[in-house]
Design a protein. Structure first.
Length: 524
């Protein structure tokens, strides 16, 4: 199977999106019912002096390389878009596989799959299409509320190089590229030719440095970016919490005893006693320039390759196991800096902990591993639903009200994260939702719950009818394979729950209760 990425020209990209919307009411396979439609929300915010309609988005990763990925995240509610990290070494041999996200996530170091000029064009194309779709969807009466955040690495020499400077220049002033896009709009879809597309695509940068980058190098890069006029976040490594604390969290509190992190990983990374004054100096320099400085929590966690799924001797962990480590680092930094710290958060973020993170003052909150789970970018719908519900329960009409006790919220959340079963190794009691059947290139995806059921019960169908409020059709679907729904509604061993993809959200579907509901409420 080919593994190279081939970006589409803007005209193909444009016509694909608009024609699919007109014909099927979907874009890139995402039905309109899953789009996030802008409205007055209590969680709207401001960042870098710009309006931000939602405080969430995709974090920099392989899923923010191509235009269609970026636009898909935007359609589903992501409004802070971290663009994939670029570097001067843009012709890399990517090992395969490079991501292992069966539970907590793991990846290999390198993942930039496009050349620098391709990346710049992809980001410009996505920016332009977002503005076009805003009109096509009838959302142009609302402010865009979308921030594109560049991500660069990995050393000062590379970032100062002409190639990276050209990349930054293109996203700072994309006038020429947008004029070319405007010509395509005139030719292909003239009704959108007058859409305003601002040429300044990004005003901010997240700095990603290599594991082991010395403090003076990190500070010099950040100073250089601030001097260029960019609002700047510096991504910090979870090792900053210290070897003893990190290992006690992973081994003793969470039960990930198979994880081994060599001593040199902690020795080579930025040390906590260096990080505090570094953050303070950069914070003051940013303020003097009228800019925002903050930290991104956190980078992935380097460790020995204990799973053997990915190549090489070292892998980098993300996902749920990283959440307690990152949150406790957040609390320590917040405490030692007297709360005077701007945190962009990513480590282990998902729908269920988003309200907690926002209440602790994190802005924005982004994800990579969570979006690799079933549902993809559409998971953002649950993110925003959970946040909306939490704010309503708290009686908060704005983020300012929701975060007024952020110190107390953060201290409590850091302590709770060490006890919460969701982050422990043994939380997933069943098997992973995988089945032995192969998946060919154009095959339909078989439901793992159906494959696990001895009666081959069509679980998605009868659960779907209940969701639609039709217990009669649900019972009919059950009876097609199971003549005793009332009995099995009490004694079924529920093998399907062990393979339920809802494990990737919070917990499996309560299948016996649903079977009983259909049997007791259907009128045949």
């Amino acid at each position: 199977m080919p593994t190279d990425l081939y970006p589409l020209p803007f005209d193909k990209f444009l016509c694909w999106a608009i024609s699919e919307l007109r014909k099927n009411g979907s874009i890139f396979g995402i039905p309109r019912a899953l789009f996030y439609e802008p409205k007055d929300e209590p969680f709207a915010a401001e960042i870098f002096g710009e309006f931000l309609a939602t405080p969430i988005g995709p974090s920099a990763g392989p899923h923010t390389q191509l235009s269609q990925n970026i636009v898909s995240a935007w359609l589903c509610g992501g409004r802070f878009i971290e663009l994939k990290t670029v570097q001067i070494l843009d012709d890399l041999e990517i090992p395969r596989p490079c991501i292992d996200a069966a539970d907590e996530g793991y990846n290999v170091e390198w993942s930039q799959e496009l050349r620098l000029h391709q990346s710049a064009q992809e980001y410009i194309n996505a920016w332009a299409l977002v503005h076009v779709l805003r009109k096509a969807l009838g959302w142009d009466e609302r402010p865009l509320g979308t921030v594109f955040n560049m991500s660069v690495g990995y050393n000062l020499e590379g970032i100062k190089s002409p190639k990276i400077q050209e990349f930054l220049g293109k996203l700072t002033d994309a006038t020429k590229a947008i004029e070319e896009i405007r010509e395509i709009l005139v030719q292909e879809l003239p009704e959108y030719a007058d859409v305003e597309i601002p040429p300044r695509i990004s005003t901010s940068v997240t700095l990603s440095t290599m594991h082991g980058c010395p403090p003076h190098e990190i500070e010099a890069i950040a100073e250089f970016l601030l001097a260029r006029g960019f609002h700047t976040f510096v991504k910090l490594n979870p090792t900053l919490l210290g070897q003893d604390r990190v290992m006690r969290i992973l081994h003793d509190h969470l039960g990930f005893k198979e994880i081994h992190i060599p001593d040199e990983v902690f020795e080579h990374d930025l040390q906590y006693e260096d990080a505090i004054p570094l953050i303070q100096r950069l914070r003051e320099k940013a303020r003097a320039l009228g800019l925002t400085f903050g930290v991104k929590l956190t980078n992935t966690l380097a460790m020995a390759n204990h799973r053997g799924v990915l190549p090489g001797g070292e892998i980098y962990m993300s996902g749920r196991a990283l959440y307690p480590v990152t949150l406790n680092l957040f609390w320590r930094l917040f405490s030692d800096l007297d709360g005077d710290i701007h945190v962009s958060y990513s480590g282990g973020a998902d729908a269920l902990n988003l309200p907690t993170l926002i209440s602790c003052g994190a802005l924005p909150v982004t994800a990579c591993t969570d979006l690799l789970k079933p549902g993809g970018y559409a998971r953002f719908g649950q993110w925003l639903w959970e946040l909306r519900q939490a704010m309503a329960k708290a009686g908060a009409k704005s983020l300012e009200e929701f975060t007024k006790n952020r110190a107390e919220n953060l201290k409590k959340a850091a302590e709770e994260s060490l006890k919460n079963p969701r982050y422990k190794k043994d939380f997933f009691l069943g098997e992973l939702p995988k089945i032995p059947d192969g998946l060919s290139f154009f095959d339909c995806i078989a439901a793992p719950c159906v494959a696990a059921c001895p009666a081959a019960q069509d679980v998605p169908e009868y659960v779907g009818w209940i969701a639609k409020g039709d217990p009669k059709k649900s019972l009919e679907a059950i009876l097609a394979k199971n003549p005793l729904p009332t009995v099995t509604g009490y004694v079924c061993p529920a093998f399907c729950e062990e393979r339920c993809t809802r494990w990737n959200y919070e917990k499996p579907v309560a299948i016996r209760a649903l079977k009983r509901f259909a049997a007791e409420n259907a009128e045949l």
